[in-house]
Design a protein around this ligand. Structure first.
Ligand code: ATP
Length: 199
């Protein structure tokens, strides 16, 4: 039986904020491994300037080199249509029936969790590790934690780390090399993604 973390995302591109969140959750909860899982984006929702699904997968594999506990699964990219986390946790529970799962989310995703598709089933099958994303304070996180515990019997762990304020949007728009791992920066440069990237 392993303690397994799951970090789902669009990873367009994966950045140091993702690495920080996954590491901090793994350290705090003593996770044996963390699966990074790029989400499928239905073609009509894809950004014209964004990376292809294969490029997002390849960049996520490069970012996963940042920690021995990380590996990448392509199960959402292989599924048709929009990715639902409940489907992912169903698949992983079937593959690893004895694992204890911790789904890792940043503040933004955590605050909408009650609206996720089949939230009740999802929260029965996995604990949630929430990593603060901005310096706005923890009060909204504690309020959401209480609500999810009372409504769904959810297991929520708040990871006590200072936020690392980086987003994929900032990397795409600001094109800052320093916000991604060196391997991802090199990949972006070689493939001419997101326009020109600066040091
Ligand atoms: P975008 O800017 O394109 O919306 P993003 O930076 O939010 O992208 P995603 O791939 O959508 O990146 O995020 C995947 C998961 O990682 C989400 O749960 C998100 O909250 C979390 N996450 C992203 N960046 C951080 C960060 N800097 N700190 C903590 N969690 C983060």
């Amino acid at each position: 039986m392993a303690k397994t973390g799951i970090l789902g995302g669009t990873f367009n591109p994966p950045h140091l904020g993702h690495v920080h969140a996954a590491k901090a959750a793994a350290d705090a909860l003593g996770l044996d491994r963390v699966f990074l899982i790029p989400a499928n984006i239905p073609p009509h929702k894809a950004e014209p300037a964004g990376a292809t699904p294969l490029q997002r997968l390849e960049m996520t594999k490069l970012a996963a080199k940042a920690d021995k506990r990380f590996s990448v699964l392509d199960l959402e990219l292989r599924r048709e249509g929009k990715s639902y986390s409940v489907d992912t946790i169903r698949e992983l529970s079937a593959l690893y029936p004895y694992d204890e799962f911790w789904f890792i989310v940043g503040t933004d995703m955590f605050l909408t969790l009650h609206q996720w598709f089949l939230a009740e089933e999802f929260l029965k099958k996995t604990g949630i590790a929430v990593v603060p994303r901005d310096a706005q304070g923890l009060e909204p996180i504690w309020a959401q934690k209480r609500m999810l515990e009372e409504t769904f019997g959810a297991r929520i762990f708040v990871v006590d780390v200072p936020p690392l304020e980086i987003s994929s949007t900032e990397v795409r728009v600001g094109q800052k090399r320093a916000q991604v791992t060196p391997e991802v920066a090199e990949y972006i440069r070689k493939n001419g993604l997101y326009g020109r990237i600066s040091p």
